[in-house]
Ligand binder design. Structure first.
Ligand SMILES: [Cu+2]
Length: 128
């Protein structure tokens, strides 16, 4: 019970803060684009980046296919925080339980992120 209410609180908090603020820094220079820059080129500029995430599953949001993860610091990407991560495939939602310690790849593209290759390194409730 305590965990559930905490998770709900965290989700609210994350909804307000989130981690999307970092993408404000990139489009600050309104470059004088000389007419013919194809959209495909612009897309190539924002190739996806992958970061290694370690954290603990706080809760599972099946409706929105997200895991709320209490993540450790990801150098160069974001500080330690609890936030929802969309998952690429439904299987992941079925494999994990709250309290599981996981590692995953965070794939970030523009302001979109999702996680992939989720590995449970320690099941909830098991001792080290
Ligand atoms: Cu974040």
């Amino acid at each position: 019970m305590r965990i559930v209410s905490k998770a709900a609180f965290v989700v609210l908090l994350v909804g307000m803060i989130g981690c999307g603020s970092s993408d404000q820094q990139k489009t600050s220079s309104p470059s004088p684009v000389s007419s013919a820059q194809p959209a495909s080129q612009a897309a190539a500029d924002s190739a996806p980046k992958t970061y290694h995430l370690e954290g603990t599953v706080v809760s599972i949001d099946r409706q929105q296919k997200r895991l709320i993860i209490d993540g450790k610091d990801i150098p160069g990407f974001m500080a330690a925080m609890t936030m929802p991560y969309p998952v690429a495939d439904d299987q992941t939602l079925n494999r994990v339980k709250p309290g599981d310690e996981i590692t995953a790849d965070v794939v970030a593209k523009d302001s979109d992120i999702h996680i992939d290759n989720v590995v449970v390194v320690k099941k909830a409730g098991t001792k080290k």
